[in-house]
Ligand binder design. Structure first.
Ligand code: UD1
Length: 421
């Protein structure tokens, strides 16, 4: 299994290009099931999760071709569609559940395995099921598979979600786009990835308004057509690399970065004493080498602080001046990076959904184990300024969400290499 070796060194300097958003792309790709015409996604990230979605869509009868080394995904779904999403593929990634809404909308029935994904909590499917049932689907769970059917197709409806689930909002949007009549989703998720999906669906002929707010209205149409759509910038990759100079010192410009994607995160950096400036190419982060100040963080749905940046910010707060409290409100089991950061000298106490981080002046390199996608990158970040060498194992987690991580960090001066085994 591959390993990544990081040797803590001096300040970083240069530019890091930010890729298209993994989470947006994983919701956009299943939209190909909604139309017989081609859907082309540009600015796609080159990641193993995208390959998994490609494999899943192919198993359903769609064709996905990678162009320009994977930066462009050309897909089409004009032949016969297989309604069964098999456990062997679905188990690899929770976002596989995003084929349920499109399959139901296009075929009127679907059989989709319950998903796997990062081990960061229970992550059930009940909110998805309730949202699709509101549109007239009948869904039963049998032997690990969701069996969904409709009588005469999906019908528009008003539905309020108990919690603003990102995935359930995406499934509802895709399903309601081809339902008969008008649908209104209340307490919808407001993440930029939702707006990106709505933009793509609109380009395909869907009639959607209100995305980006908590009430989305969808006027169902009979058919969707082909489109070309650029994937929005990955705000989580952006925040991750913005933290590299916060931890190691120096100045890094993240190309393609936008404050509106990541305002709550930038507010925390500001409180920590780090300046972020907008440039004509992206966002520049500068740290003259001072210790940052401790800050308290609560993860929340967008526009709140994203849970997907909690581990990375914790890595930075390990060496802050003072004590920070991080509260995880989205996933109940998302502090698995804390014990690994402690192996590197961090002083962290975890009590249920809270982690208290007492800043230490320096971290030390150590062998550590990646446990999930964002946890693993937090270890890499911490290692950038740790004394000595850190060896991160199980790096396949990183390949799910960070394209060319070693190359991007080396380019700004980090001492990092991947050992292939
Ligand atoms: C998406 C992101 C993920 C991010 C998360 C929250 C993708 C591919 N993944 O995941 O990186 O961390 O949003 O911003 O876009 N829940 C239920 N029942 C459901 C659905 C969700 O109880 O039917 C719970 C989950 O267990 C979790 C919370 O709701 O505790 C958030 O889940 P959700 O917003 O659905 O996240 P995902 O779409 O899975």
């Amino acid at each position: 299994m591959d390993r990544i070796i990081v040797r803590g060194n001096g300040p970083l300097s240069g530019q890091i290009p930010i890729a298209g958003a993994k989470n947006a792309c994983l919701a956009l790709m299943p939209a190909t099931l909604l139309s017989e015409e081609p859907l082309t996604l540009t600015n796609a990230p080159r990641l193993s999760d995208i390959r998994t979605m490609t494999e899943l869509l192919a198993s359903l009868g769609a064709e996905v071709t990678q162009l320009q080394g994977g930066k462009v995904l050309a897909s089409g779904c004009h032949g016969e569609i297989n309604p069964v999403a098999d456990y062997e593929i679905v188990r690899k990634m929770r976002a596989s559940n995003l084929v349920l809404g499109p399959l139901l909308a296009r075929l009127g029935h679907a059989v989709v395995s319950l998903p796997g994904g990062c081990a960061i909590g229970a992550r059930p499917m009940d909110i998805h099921i309730e949202a699709l049932e509101a549109l007239g689907a009948q869904i039963e769970l049998k032997e690990g598979y969701l069996h969904a059917k409709t009588q005469g197709g999906l019908k528009g409806a008003v539905h309020e979600m108990r919690f603003a689930s990102v995935g359930a909002t995406e499934n509802f949007l895709m399903a309601a786009s081809l339902a008969k009549g008008t649908s209104v989703l209340k307490n919808a998720a407001r993440e930029p990835e939702i707006v990106d999906l709505a933009n793509c669906l609109r380009a395909m002929g869907a009639q959607i308004s209100g995305d980006g707010t908590s009430t989305i209205e969808i006027q169902g149409v009979d058919l969707l057509h082909g489109a070309t759509h650029p994937v929005v910038t990955d705000r989580i990759e952006l925040g991750t690399y913005m933290l590299a100079p916060v931890i190691a010192g120096g100045e890094v410009e993240c190309i393609g970065g936008r404050i509106d994607l990541i305002a709550a995160f930038c507010e925390k950096l500001d409180l920590a004493g780090i300046s972020v400036t907008e440039t004509d190419k992206g966002l520049k982060v500068k740290n003259r080498g001072d210790r940052i100040k401790a800050v308290d963080v609560v993860t929340e749905p967008f526009p709140g602080f994203p849970t997907d940046l909690q581990a990375q910010l914790m890595a930075a707060l390990c060496t802050a001046e003072g004590t920070s409290v991080l509260e995880e409100k989205i996933f109940e089991n998302r502090f698995m990076h804390a014990p690994e950061l402690m192996r590197m000298g961090a002083n962290i106490e975890v009590h249920g959904g809270h982690a208290t981080v007492h800043g230490v002046s320096k971290m030390k390199g150590a062998p550590v184990m990646a446990t999930d996608l964002r946890a693993s990158v937090s270890l890499i970040l911490a290692a950038l300024a740790a004394e000595g060498e850190t060896e991160v194992r199980r790096v396949y987690h990183l390949d799910r969400g960070y394209e060319r991580l070693v190359r991007k960090l080396s380019a700004v001066g980090a001492d990092i290499e991947r050992i292939h085994e």
